[in-house]
Design a protein around this ligand. Structure first.
Ligand SMILES: CC(C)(COP(=O)(O)OP(=O)(O)OC[C@H]1O[C@@H](n2cnc3c(N)ncnc32)[C@H](O)[C@@H]1OP(=O)(O)O)[C@@H](O)C(=O)NCCC(=O)NCCS
Length: 284
């Protein structure tokens, strides 16, 4: 018999230990020290009281970690991570955790439930569809071994300490697609200290920017003003981002698969496409 309850009483170390155990056989190798795990949760907006754990005799054996924010103007929960320790799988634990989550979110007036799932994780995709989730977008993920790339820059870059509200307003005009939850403005703002922000200014105006995680090499956003593309600005920003992360492997996750500008740019920089994801939503 399993019990289900929210995670207010579960400390970060316990959660981390269970997370590592549950993801030990995941499609993508998880190499995450506890500090980065904590930063990942912070960035994605994790809230313990809207997250559900499955317990056997008070031992945490599964978890459904959620965050809540406004998304497209609707109060939205986001599944920041679902996992069940291998020996406890195929007992309906995930379905039960989703059932408990839906009830909890419904009581809180949350309008929709969003998640991302790796497309080749057939059983997870099937489960989410069965629960009523529908596919919104398809994302591609890319990575690059830093040692295999020699950065070249035609433009001088500058750094800013943070991105102001008025910066964001301008930057959003550069986008060809809206960044996924984990790469969104709110996610970047909630983990702002983990990033370096690189910009290029022409005639006193910012014409391109890029953001990189100093430790993990993750690039949540990079974009150039549509009027200034094809001049080497994106490449110059990227060259600067590379210099400002200690990671060997640089990642761009969740590129909208319809966005040829970013995909072609990344292929040109010798990135490899590795994983494809679905963005799925359930109306509550
Ligand atoms: C991707 C992007 C940043 C590239 O910026 P850019 O300044 O035009 O890129 P560069 O001029 O530095 O191009 C670098 C290389 O990539 C190639 N490239 C860039 N865009 C390309 C495109 N649309 N098609 C084919 N190749 C492209 C260039 O040909 C260039 O190669 P070269 O040096 O061998 O000539 C820009 O197209 C963009 O902002 N796209 C939208 C970003 C977005 O929506 N992000 C999501 C939200 S953050």
């Amino acid at each position: 018999m399993f019990n289900y309850s929210t995670l207010e009483s579960i400390g970060m170390e316990k959660l981390y230990k269970t997370f590592l155990e549950a993801f030990s056989d995941y499609q993508v190798k998880i190499d995450l020290p506890i500090l980065k795990f904590q930063q990942m949760l912070q960035r994605r907006g994790y809230i313990s009281k809207v997250s559900i754990g499955a317990f056997e005799n008070n031992t945490l054996v599964g978890f459904l970690l959620n965050g809540i924010r406004y998304w497209d103007g609707k109060l939205t929960a986001y599944d920041t991570g679902t996992g069940v320790i291998k020996t406890y799988r195929e007992h309906g634990i995930t379905s039960n955790m989703i059932f408990n989550t839906k009830q909890l979110l419904g009581e809180m007036g949350v309008e929709q439930y969003l998640l991302e799932v790796i497309q080749s994780n057939i059983s997870a995709v099937r489960l989410y569809k069965k629960q009523g989730f529908e596919i919104l977008r398809e994302f591609e993920c890319f990575n690059l071994d830093k040692n295999k790339y020699t950065p070249t820059a035609a433009y001088e870059t500058q750094h800013i300490n943070s991105i102001t509200k008025s910066n964001w307003k301008e930057f959003a005009k550069f986008w060809d697609f809206k960044p996924s939850w984990q790469n969104s403005i709110d996610s970047v703002n909630d983990a702002s200290g983990t990033f370096v922000y690189s910009i290029i200014i022409i005639d006193n105006t910012i014409v391109g920017y890029g953001i990189i995680d100093k430790y993990t090499g993750d690039i949540p956003q990079i974009a150039v003003d549509k009027n200034y593309r094809g001049r080497g600005i994106g490449r110059s920003i990227f060259a600067d981002l590379l210099k400002n992360t200690e990671a060997y492997n640089v990642k761009v996750l969740n590129v909208d698969n319809h966005c040829d500008s970013v995909k072609d740019f990344l292929f040109n920089l010798k990135f490899q496409q590795n994983v494809s994801q679905y963005e799925m939503v359930l109306k509550l």
